[in-house]
Design a protein around this ligand. Structure first.
Ligand code: RIB
Length: 312
């Protein structure tokens, strides 16, 4: 079972403290970590930890951070044969603050991620030839995402788009019909749709709007309030509806969405139905928030299965 990720890779500099600084404020933190991050790399690492064979397509700078980030990704068991180095741009960096409630604030300097273009994608197309699922996010150029989604659809590969971070403008209209599952959180849904879903009813409305735009299915996630899955009726009357949250003690929400998407992609690549895959994904996201770290916070398969069994 094989998953491809075309996306970002960063070095994360993460501080942990009681509170995030307000504008103009300096606060004392407790500790910090420098580690592998980037939504693409986190999703690739999490999928590999769940047992998938993973190809990562991304771009780092020709610098020490890039070397380290790729080496870390390899340690997760991810293939980086289609990751490239850019002599003109630095490896992406994310500066992350995490407070005592596990909430985070992130600033990204994308660097080489934004130079992942048509040439790199063309060279990496063999990664799609054997993939069952492609995972995309929005920390690389949107035209590259669009071309990748198109190439995946031509090959019958399932396309999962995590529209994160929320784009500055609308997504290209032609992207939506290429997406099998779009997985926005409430902020991303708000930016893309113009209203913020805060309840499961509102998440259901938001999910339907993504389907009206052409996505085949949509899972709108609300963090500790659960998620809502809606599906296009064109393919029949398939199960859809709310997904209950798993109650966990939050330590850090960083990469929760990445673990959710990785769980979803792995379960779909294994041939599970979307509703079941979404439940598996929710368990992955929930476990991620119980520990610090970016890529490092990805759960093991056994933990996910135990959490699902306890909740059954
Ligand atoms: O989703 C979390 C990730 O967002 C971090 O690892 C950071 O690098 C940013 O890409």
């Amino acid at each position: 079972m094989s998953v491809a990720v075309i996306g970002s890779i960063n070095t994360d500099v993460t501080t942990y403290g009681v509170a995030l600084p307000r504008l103009g404020e300096t606060v004392m933190g407790k500790n910090y970590a420098i580690e592998l991050g980037g939504k693409g790399a986190n999703q690739a690492a999490a999928a590999a930890r769940l047992g998938a064979e993973v190809e990562f397509v991304g771009r780092v700078g020709a610098d020490a951070f890039g070397e380290l980030a790729l080496a870390h990704l390899c340690e997760f068991g991810v293939s980086t044969r289609y990751a490239t180095k850019d002599k003109e741009a630095a490896t992406g960096i994310a500066i992350i603050g995490v407070d005592a409630q596990g909430q985070n604030a992130i600033t990204i300097i994308p660097g080489a991620n934004m130079r992942l273009g048509e040439k790199e994608l063309t060279d990496a197309l063999p990664a799609l030839d054997k993939a069952k699922v492609l995972m995309l996010q929005l920390e690389i150029p949107i035209p590259t995402c669009l071309a990748a989604a198109r190439a995946a659809r031509e090959r019958g590969v399932v396309v999962v788009l995590d529209p994160a971070p929320a784009p500055l403008g609308p997504l290209p209209e032609e992207l939506y019909p290429l997406i099998d599952v779009i997985t926005p959180n409430e902020t991303e849904a708000e930016v893309l749709l113009g209203f913020r879903p805060r309840t499961l009813d509102e998440a259901s409305r938001a999910a339907r709007e993504f389907i009206e735009r052409g996505a085949h299915s949509a899972i709108v996630t609300l963090g500790s309030r659960g998620a809502f899955l809606a599906r296009s009726k064109i393919r029949g009357d398939l199960p859809e509806g709310p997904l209950a949250p798993f109650a966990v003690e939050p330590v850090s929400t960083v990469a929760a969405g990445d673990c959710f998407n990785a769980g979803l992609a792995v379960a779909l690549a294994e041939g599970r139905d979307l509703m079941e895959a979404a439940r598996f994904a929710c368990a992955c996201g929930a476990l991620c928030v119980t520990r610090p770290g970016s890529a490092a916070s990805a759960p093991q398969r056994k933990e996910v299965e135990e959490l699902l069994a306890r909740a059954a």
